[in-house]
Write a protein that binds this ligand. Sequence first.
Ligand code: NAG
Ligand code: NAG
Length: 458
Amino acid sequence: MASLLYFLFLFTFAPLSESQSYIGVNYGQVGDNLPSPEATAKLLQSTAIEKVRLYGSDPGVIKAFANTGIGIMIGISNSDIPGMASDPDLAKNWIDNNVVPFYPASKIILINVGNEVLSYNDPNMMKQLLPAMQNLQNALDAADLGGKIKVSTVHSMAVLTQSDPPSSGRFDPTIGDLLKELLGFNNATGSPFAINPYPYFAYRSDPRPETLAFCLFQPNSGRVDSGSKIKYTNMFDAQVDAIRSAIDAMGLKGVEIVVAETGWPYKGDKAEVGPSLENAKAYNGNLIAHLRSRVGTPLMPGKSVETYLFALYDEDQKPGPTSERSFGLFRPDLSMIYDAGLSKTSQAPSTTIKTPAVSPAPEPKNDSWCVPKAGVSDAQLQENLDYACGQGIDCGPIQPGGACFEPSNVASHATYAMNLLYQKSGRNPWNCDFSQTATLTSTNPSYDKCTYLGSGST
Ligand SMILES: *[C@@H]1O[C@H](CO)[C@@H](O)[C@H](O)[C@H]1NC(C)=O
Ligand SMILES: *[C@@H]1O[C@H](CO)[C@@H](O)[C@H](O)[C@H]1NC(C)=O
C-alpha cells in the first residue's frame, strides 16, 4: 500500500516513541532541516511516546537515546540482506559494531531486516531474507543478546491477497511457504510480525464520506464481518485483524503483531484526496486515544497493538507528491504541527479510561456500564443515539413519558441507549466503542425510576 514510495525514501531510519509502551514513532531522516538527535531524544521524553523506530543504525542517533528508557528499533536496508545471508561473519560484525557497543544503555529492542521485501518482485532477495535474519539471530545469541533483542522484518499489507472481511484475511499463496517459514522464525524467537497498515491509502482508493469516517475512527454505521459477525467501527482494527486472521490460518496464533508504520498526511497537492490538517489530527488523535484505551481490536481485545506512528518529522527531501513530505507530527523547532494527544499528562479520554472497569482484561463478573467519554459533542452523541436505537434495542424509556425521558437532553438519552446496546450485544469492550466516543464505568448511572441495565440486573 504505502509501500512503493516508502521503499525509496525510508532507507535511512525512523525512530518512534510513545507515552505508553505500545506507542512508538518513526524517526525518518530524509530531511535537511531536522533537529539534532539529542534534541529529538529530549522531545520524545517529554511526550507519551516510549519507542522509536530508526530505518538504519546511525550510531549518533542510537547514542542520543542512551539512558532515556526509550525502546529502539533499528533497521538493516534491503541492499544489505544478500551479504548478511551469505556471510555469517558479516552478520556478526554488524551486531558487534551496531548493537554491542550501545546496549543496554541504548535500549535496542528489535532489528528489522529489510522493509517490505516480500512486496518487491525480487525472488533472490526474498530467498535470502530468512537466512539473513537467522545469521543475525545467531550473532545476537553469540553476543549473549538473544532473547533480549529480537529480529524481524517489516511487511506491507500487500502480503494479503484477501483482507475483507477481516476474518477472511489470507496471505498471498505465491509467497505462502516463505511467510510460513518467517512466521516459524517469529514464533521460535518470540519476535513480532511487523506490518504497515495505512487506512489513509484505503480511503484514497475508496474516497466516500462513510469510508473516511470509518478510516478516521469517527462515528459511522460500522461494517459487519460476514464471517465472524463482529461489527468493525474503524479501518485500523479491520486491517490489523485481517493480518491476525491470516497468521492464525497458518497455525501460528502465538505470534504477536507490531504496527511498524501508520499515519496520515496533514497536507497534500490540490489533486490529492485525503490529506488535511483536520483528517491527520482525527486519524492520529483517535488512533492514539484508541491505543491508550487498551480496548484492543475485536480479535485481540484488552491489549493495544504496539504501534509506531508515521512520522515524527516531515522529511523535506523525499520525492513525490506534497503528502509524502507532510506526515510529520512535529516541526523542526520541536513544536507540534497539531495536537494528536501525545502529551505525557494524559488527556481527558485516557483519564476516564483508567477506571478499573476499563482495564484491559474486562471482568464480565464486575458490573460495568457504557457511557460517553467526556467532551464528546452533542452531534456525535446524537449519531450514537440514532445508531443504538436503530439496532433493535428498546428505546421506549427515553421517549416522552418514559422513566428515563427526563432530563430531556441528547447526552442523557444517548447514554441510556449506548449502555443498553452495550449490555445487549455481549458486554465486550468493543461493544462500548462507538467510534472511540464511549468508555466503561463501574458507577451505575441509574437514577430515580430510570434503571440502566447492567450485568447484575439481567
Ligand atoms: C511455536 O513455538 C512454540 C514454542 O517454542 C513451539 O512449541 C511450537 O511448536 C511452535 N509452533 C509452530 C507452529 O512452529
Ligand atoms: C471486581 O473487580 C475487582 C478488581 O478487579 C475484584 O477484586 C473483585 O473480586 C471483582 N468482583 C467480582 C464480583 O468479580
